[in-house]
Design a protein around this ligand. Sequence first.
Ligand SMILES: CC(C)[C@H](C(=O)O)[C@@H](O)C(=O)O
Ligand code: SF4
Length: 471
Amino acid sequence: MRGETLFAKIWKRHQVADLPGDRAALLIDRMTLHELSGGYALRDMRAAGEMPSLQPDQAFAVADHAISTAPDRGPHDSISPAGSQMIASLEESCAALRYRYVRPQEKAHGIVHVAAPEQGFVLPGITLVCGDSHTCTLGAFGALAFAVGSSEVTTVLRHSALIVERPKTLRIDLTGHLSAQVSAKDVALRLLALHGVKLALGYVIEFSGPLVGSLSMEGRMTLCNMAAEMGTRYALIAPDETTFAALRRSVPARPEQIEAAISHWRTLKSDHDAVFERELALDVSNLVPQVTWGTTPMHSVGIPDSVPDPSEAGDAAAQAAAKQALNYMRLEPGQPISSVPIDAAFIGSCTNARISDLRAAAAILKGRKISPGIRAMCTPGSMAVRAEAEAEGLDRIFIDAGFEWRKSGCSNCGGREGPIWRDLRVISSTNRNFENRQGPGTRTHLASPATVAASAVTGRITDPRALLGDL
Ligand SMILES: CC(C)[C@H](C(=O)O)[C@@H](O)C(=O)O
Ligand code: SF4
């Protein structure tokens, strides 16, 4: 018998019925909820007198999208009254159903995709859904964690099961060593530049290879997070010793239970003779820091490079899109990307606001000041990340450099914390850069935390290696 992929192993264990059209009914083990996806589903079910089948130990809820990240925020503070209502509604439903709801004042609070794994809620081999497109972040733990729509949230709450179309399998084999100041974010942006935003449409990605093995859990989460930008809701990385070390720290269970689980989790990897429906490879040895110039994450270049000419962008549709992007971004073809001045800098989001991201940015900011006139914000991905950063003195480095040091939440990743960047150019550690994503007229350049910090210091898009003497 031919070997199996990691995906096939997880799928098989959860399949309760095989359905025509390459679909299956899958058991769903766990759900994460936030105020914009799960809150109203719970409210409506309760109003109709329905009792969810999803049990308290299967749910993890947190208000992250609409919550204010102001340093003095209260438990329901949002910039809009509607946001406050959604937060209060989620909290109330969770209390009624005895679902875990993490309050904004708690150390466990954070962006759902940061906080849930930090609290040991994500385990290898489980199925997990959330009504949010970046649920694939959690695939870094070897969990089949995927985004669902709002009606599917209700289905899972009702039945702890879901009918899903089986994705095809795509292995992305990553080799080589990353140079100093080059990170998982740059790898993701490079994959997108090479293969486009439909790279994984219809596929589950398994990221594998020596580079993946050498990445921290944080780096793996960044990579899996950006799978959403590659056109899929499924990403996986086989659990290994790095994963088990993280789970030993975070999972609330007795050590002997964890060790027993680990011996099963060790089997969760693709067999050496498993066949993938598609395979890709990338050697990252010569990779340089990347930044986007346009309005999709695939519009990215190395910082030593220039803004490309739209007439060289593939077919007519790609050319028109590139032209429109340059128009929105107010950039000229051939302009060196490192000549582009910025107005604001943002370190935050489920892509890049974990502790190693903050450390990478602080290494650049230490002893430096941001360029006058730049508004720079850091919103740690969770209150635990924030506390850890403070224990290391990173908050002082950010504040002394001129950054605002805020509380955890999605903040202006999705422009929900007010139009503070109206018509401004922002360098951002987030994952989406479509028109108006971070506010009306806001022009977003996606980059790694190191690049964001370096650019904040010089006031223009800057290769972080230039500041740390790695160039
Ligand atoms: C609000 C939520 C449904 C949305 C998503 O799923 O992507 C958000 O997280 C985002 O990034 O815009
Ligand atoms: S941080 Fe941004 S991308 Fe992530 S869940 Fe929040 S709004 Fe979505």
